[in-house]
Design a protein around this ligand. Structure first.
Ligand SMILES: NC(=O)c1ccc[n+]([C@@H]2O[C@H](COP(=O)([O-])OP(=O)(O)OC[C@H]3O[C@@H](n4cnc5c(N)ncnc54)[C@H](OP(=O)(O)O)[C@@H]3O)[C@@H](O)[C@H]2O)c1
Length: 269
């Protein structure tokens, strides 16, 4: 493929700064996703000039990734570009959007629904969490966003958050169980924040733990009755079936139709 775009992800930063053990093998080209055109294919499913994308499969980690002029990957890892998305828009959503869709659809598969109650999203100004907020709001959830950045409050409300809490002002308490507030949590922060989430979930609450920006340790008790799912895009092995999404609009802001495509793709896994 001739690579047109690759989204810059948290993992790319960890990879190139050496702060995480991300790159396996050397030399290794980073870039956890890509979109572009087929230059050559030995697989009949793809012909020269097809617009395609690839994400997951440890691209840019165990295999050479998208921060390159050209890339070659097994055909099973490649998806036709969904109708209605440009190559650029596909990578604006990129791995962050894919992860967000995995998180939302996994919890819906576990029976999360808007009627269950408010849902909380942490690390709210981050790439994955902003798309999670957008998706949840489009699906009708009451979203509480937690951020460390007061200056992002208006943006988060515009995305669809009903309430924005500043992390410094959230009393995380110390009791094994605090007031049960949320039907579900979408967490990119991990560490103490994830431990607190386990204490404030309603009965049979659901937590999608997709990130660990603040740390990987988790100290909790046996009391929470919540279920933790860890959607992890890099190790998602099967490509999602493509769904038609008649996207409209421009800029990075997602439209509902793109959200629906992402959710449909993740549901097909
Ligand atoms: N599961 C997957 O497949 C997958 C895919 C992509 C990313 N991830 C993971 O998800 C996490 C977020 O990725 P991203 O792309 O959204 O990154 P990002 O755009 O850099 O956002 C991370 C956000 O986390 C919060 N944060 C950062 N450092 C923190 C700290 N020390 N303590 C508390 N909060 C902190 C900040 O949000 P606020 O200031 O708003 O609180 C920040 O904006 C990372 O751990 C990444 O590895 C997982």
């Amino acid at each position: 493929m001739r690579v047109a775009y690759s989204s810059l992800n948290y993992k790319d930063a960890l990879a190139v700064t050496g702060r995480g053990r991300i790159l396996r093998g050397s030399p290794r080209i980073p870039g956890v996703d890509l979109s572009g055109h087929v230059l050559e294919s030995s697989d009949p499913r793809f012909k020269v000039g097809d617009a395609v994308l690839a994400t997951g499969y440890e691209l840019g980690m165990a295999h050479d990734g998208g921060l390159a002029g050209c890339a070659r990957v097994p055909a099973d890892w490649v998806l036709p570009l969904p109708a209605g998305l440009t190559l650029r828009e596909a990578m604006m959503l990129g791995t962050a959007g894919f992860t967000a869709a995995l998180a939302v659809s996994r919890l819906e598969q576990l029976d999360l629904a808007p009627a269950n109650g408010p849902v909380v999203v942490t690390g709210a100004s981050g790439g994955v969490s902003m798309i999670v907020i957008d998706q949840l709001a489009a699906l009708g959830y009451e979203v509480v966003a937690i951020t460390s950045k007061p200056e992002q409050s208006d943006t988060l409300r515009a995305l669809g958050a009903a309430e924005v809490l500043l992390r410094a002002e959230v009393d995380m308490g110390r009791k094994p169980l605090e007031r049960a507030r949320f039907a579900a949590a979408f967490d990119s922060v991990g560490g103490e924040t994830l431990a607190w989430l386990t204490r404030v979930m309603q009965q049979r609450g659901l937590i999608a733990a997709y990130g660990n920006a603040s740390g990987t340790d988790l100290v909790t008790t046996v009391f929470p009755s919540s279920c933790v799912a860890s959607p992890w895009s890099a190790s998602t092995r099967r490509p999602p079936a493509c769904r038609n999404g008649s996207a409209s609009g421009s800029g990075w802001r997602l439209t509902s139709s793109r959200v629906i495509w992402l959710i449909a793709a993740a549901r097909s896994l």
